[in-house]
Design a protein around this ligand. Sequence first.
Ligand SMILES: [Zn+2]
Length: 359
Amino acid sequence: MKGKINDTGILEQRTYPGLRSLAELPYFELNDSGLLKLTVDELDGGIDGHVHFAFNALAGPKPDLLMPHPETKYCMDVNNPISLVNYMGQNLTEQDMSYTLENWLSMLTPAGSALTNTHTIPNLIAEMDRMHIAKAVVLPIAYGFPYGDDMSEWYLDAIEKSGKADRFIICGSVKPTLPDAVEKTKALKLKGVKGIKMHPLLAWFTPNDKRAWAFYEECSLLGLPVLSHSGLNQLAMTEVESPTGFTGQQPNIDYFVEPVSDFPNLRFVFCHSGALQNEKAIEIAKHHKNVWMDIQGQSVGNIRNMIRELGPERLMFGSDWPIFPIAPLLARLLIATENDKTIRKMIFSENAARFWGLT
Ligand SMILES: [Zn+2]
């Protein structure tokens, strides 16, 4: 660590000129291939509570999830400046957003996407190893398309074939407002999933839609926690501005109050800790002990605030790989917990181990 910046105030406020420059932090160094690796010795056995593989669906081809690629193409350009004091999604430039959108559309058509082709099991495992992450919670996404919407089965199958199932906690995904949501949830449980991911933004529904109640009931009966994209992010706009009907308002944190109140025995994970609505998310979690949070995207200051306001027990680390590399998200947690290594371990691994019944 000699020669590295060790004042957390400076570490936090700096804008890092690209992913590799995070090696200036006392937590990382570059390996022989120029890739970041974690150097915090006492930190091991991490659990990344929020990862995906290729999001291909509908008419898109299925990339080979067992294929290693020399480089992972994230949605964020690795040469972008990286700030740790904003919501992570705000580090995406306009170019990143149009590149991502273009790729998102191509992965739903036969053209496929050069980006998502690299979002494979070996690429994630290589990065997990460099970041001392023992296990990752895999979150497929059900969009609610009439066909080609089988990401859960595709991921399950690939993980089994990879021989690396011990590195993953596998969730399934359903669109909870569809008539077959309960049936699908039961089928996924039989296939061994440990939780259900729902995505109000991409599947275009609101969590307080009463058609989802049977799904929540079933998850509660089956003991499957519900992990949901939560809170407005940088894509949210007012309805007036959206002639297509896409407003980005579907995951508004206010829409979670009813389900978390009506199903007190069902554990919900607010992925991204409410994104740009973090303060409201904290308030909801304060009043509802069945709410847990993955801290993905939150700034160093917000992570500190959550620890202070809510306590660390229900906070869990998450990166949202491969939208982002793991390191800038981990850097936020490490700086926020620089003065409390006990809390650092709780959020990096112990809370998730408890949540998933691993201990
Ligand atoms: Zn995600």
